[in-house]
Write a new protein. Structure first.
Length: 169
């Protein structure tokens, strides 16, 4: 996964503050997680498949995952966890939602598995960004616009993205 320097660089290129970028980096990567975010995912209850409710934090832990790992999962399997988080972030502001998507897309594009797949199939970076939207991205009402904005921004800066993430040509 790209380091926070890359995550912050791309957020700043989208004219999003380093403060917002670092908030999301800390939330997703569970490093000194922001207090309001931690409190939310510990208190927010979601339905459990076997009945009853469970906190988002416990649901993530029971799957043997971290929030960071949710970016790799099939969207239908992680939707119930990501949707309430996106609602929380959308109340904080659109930039938080944009950086959430940006972080996961950059991580997705930077995976060795995807790079190998691109080399073997000849798929472009743009194809992979579209694949992320179709297979990985979870949206809630009002966040689709932020996802599309992030995707279009990345597609408009393919060469720099390719260089920063060392992606195949």
């Amino acid at each position: 996964m790209p380091g926070w320097i890359i995550h912050n660089k791309w957020a700043q290129r989208m004219e999003i503050s380093k403060e917002v970028s670092e908030y999301i980096n800390r939330a997703i990567d569970n490093v000194n997680m922001p207090e309001d975010f931690r409190e939310y995912i510990e208190k927010r209850r979601i339905p459990r498949s076997r009945g009853g409710n469970i906190s988002i934090m416990d649901a993530v832990s029971l799957q043997g995952r971290s929030l960071h790992d949710l970016g790799r999962g099939d969207k239908e399997k992680v939707k119930f966890i990501k949707e309430p988080i996106l609602l929380f972030l959308s109340r904080k502001g659109k930039d938080y939602v944009k950086v959430w998507y940006l972080h996961f897309i950059l991580d997705y594009l930077n995976s060795k598995q995807l790079r190998d797949w691109m080399k073997n199939t000849g798929e472009s970076i743009e194809d992979c960004i579209n694949k992320y939207q179709k297979n990985k991205a979870v949206t809630v009402s009002g966040t689709e616009e932020q996802l599309i904005e992030v995707m279009n921004f990345l597609k408009g800066n393919i060469h720099e993205l390719q260089e920063d993430l060392n992606l195949p040509k």
